[in-house]
Design a protein around this ligand. Structure first.
Ligand SMILES: Cc1ncc(COP(=O)(O)O)c(C=O)c1O
Length: 469
């Protein structure tokens, strides 16, 4: 083909890279490396893979970022988004207006959620869902004549989002650095991480300690001052932490005893990632007062979040009060018709294609294959469940001592993966794996093989650079 006939590349990678570096403030940017290296331009996606602006293919080991559950490039969702945008792109849902997808989706979520959660408030994402939940719970206790019950309990290393309230609920100290938090609103209890439990403590004894700690925290703050406990069923960004058996049920019992509401943040765990539409009840035996969700709700095709409230909470907030008849909370885009249409299409696909069943079937294989990486000298722990997994690197397997932060071990590993055509997420000394839920066994093998080779290559680099032996 002559030069003049050659098709022009669809994207000018350098131009995009430059514009982005010069003008785009990214979420959670590490400015020194961003200024130096800019960003990888991901331009296209298909199934379990994405392609950069040069056309290089990567397996998407993180489903966008815990989102793209049904995989990339799904025509059905794209068509439903297009159809809805042509029919009715937007109208508000304030007060007494609705639209067909919002009404259908609210009913569908009530049907899928535990039986006492029947009232759905639509948000624009996971942070907003947690934020709305805090506001609604505060309103609930005001309505009950208990205005003192406002404070919240969360866990160290929890991630609940990035609005002011959601970041206050977040328990990752590094995410608070250089920002302010509402004083005295949120109290934190320990991260329930079995790998990091005190030496010589059994899992049962560890669980006892965690439950006692929560009860003591409630008594210290005073149940009369506490509104709710927020918890992810499995902590995501905090390090894919699966609590010891019985932890959820027992922490909920403690909350009930002191009239503290239980909010289950299922922004990551809902819509199939653990093999269930919602995992709170189905996997962990919880009966939360509120479930928040987002991400996999639309498989990330368009933004949407939701807070699913219990009948008990709804029955209180719907009662007109003498001084206030309106629930004064909501967003322009609450119940956005295009987002709700995308969610309905996405849920139809998850149900029709048996995606939860697939995750339940191949999830244990994924866990087992990934666990083989614990044989590598750099890997201290492989953990997680089904399609929510993580590898923790350590300097010393026996003492579990970490490598110095300056080594940026997670980033080194993910850079090696990227060169080999796999995207995994570095978080400090961790690498998180949360791919689309459509991965086949062969693709799981491909992912684990590339990750294993990348960890080994990183270990070789460290030895060569005399940073580790
Ligand atoms: C458990 C959890 N809750 C809330 C959020 C915030 O969601 P969003 O980024 O959509 O606001 C996230 C995001 O990763 C999350 O993992």
């Amino acid at each position: 083909m002559s030069e003049t006939n050659r098709p022009k590349p669809q994207f000018d990678r350098h131009d995009l890279w430059q514009k982005d570096r010069d003008h785009h403030i990214h979420p959670f940017t590490h400015f020194p490396s961003f200024e130096k290296d800019g960003a990888l331009v991901i331009a296209r996606g298909e199934g379990a893979y994405v392609y950069d602006a040069d056309g290089k293919r990567y397996m998407d080991g993180i489903a966008g970022i815990w989102c793209v559950n049904v995989g990339h490039g799904n025509r059905e969702i794209a068509d439903r988004i297009g159809e809805q945008a042509r029919r009715l792109a937007f109208f508000n849902t304030f007060v007494d207006v609705t639209n067909p997808p919002a009404a259908e989706l609210a009913a569908k979520l009530a049907d899928l959620a535990p039986s006492h959660l029947n009232r759905v408030f639509f948000d624009t994402g996971g942070s907003a869902a947690n934020d709305s939940t805090v506001r609604a719970i505060h309103h609930y206790f005001n309505r009950l004549g208990m205005p003192g019950k406002k404070q919240l309990i969360s866990r160290i290393d929890a991630y609940h989002g990035s609005t002011y309230l959601a970041m206050a609920l977040t328990g990752k100290a590094e995410d608070h650095q250089g920002f302010d938090l509402p004083e005295g609103l949120v109290h934190y209890v320990s991260c329930p991480n079995p790998y990091r439990r005190p030496e010589g403590t059994t899992l049962d004894a560890y669980c006892d300690q965690l439950v006692t700690e929560l009860e003591e925290k409630i008594l210290e703050v005073g149940p009369e001052n506490l509104a709710a406990f927020f918890a992810e069923p499995i902590m995501g960004a905090g390090g894919v932490v699966v609590p010891p058996p019985g932890y959820h049920r027992r922490t909920q019992e403690v909350c009930r005893r002191y009239d503290v509401l239980y909010v289950s943040d299922e922004v990551v765990t809902a819509f199939g990632r653990l093999g269930q539409m919602f995992s709170s009840e189905a996997t962990f035996g919880l009966e939360p007062d509120v479930i928040t969700c987002a991400k996999g709700l639309t498989s990330g095709y368009v933004p949407l979040g939701a807070s699913l409230f219990s009948d008990q909470i709804y029955d209180v907030i719907r009662e007109p009060a003498p001084d206030q008849e309106t629930f004064s909370h909501g967003f322009t885009y609450s119940g956005h018709p295009v987002s709700c249409a995308a969610a309905l299409a996405n849920i139809e696909i998850i149900e029709r294609d048996g995606i939860c069943e697939h995750v339940r079937e191949v999830g244990p294989y994924f866990e087992k294959r990934l666990a083989t990486l614990e044989n590598l000298p750099l890997v201290g722990n492989v953990r997680g469940s089904h399609f929510m997994l993580c590898v923790e690197s350590v300097a010393d397997k026996r003492t579990k001592e970490l490598l110095p932060e300056s080594i940026e071990i997670g980033k080194r590993i993910s850079d090696h993966c990227e060169r080999r055509g796999l995207i995994v997420r570095p978080i400090g000394h961790l690498n998180v794996i949360s791919p689309p839920l459509i991965l086949t066994r062969d693709q799981i093998d491909e992912l684990v093989d590339i990750l294993g080779a990348s960890i080994q290559a990183t270990a070789d680099d460290l030895v060569r650079e005399r940073l580790w032996s």
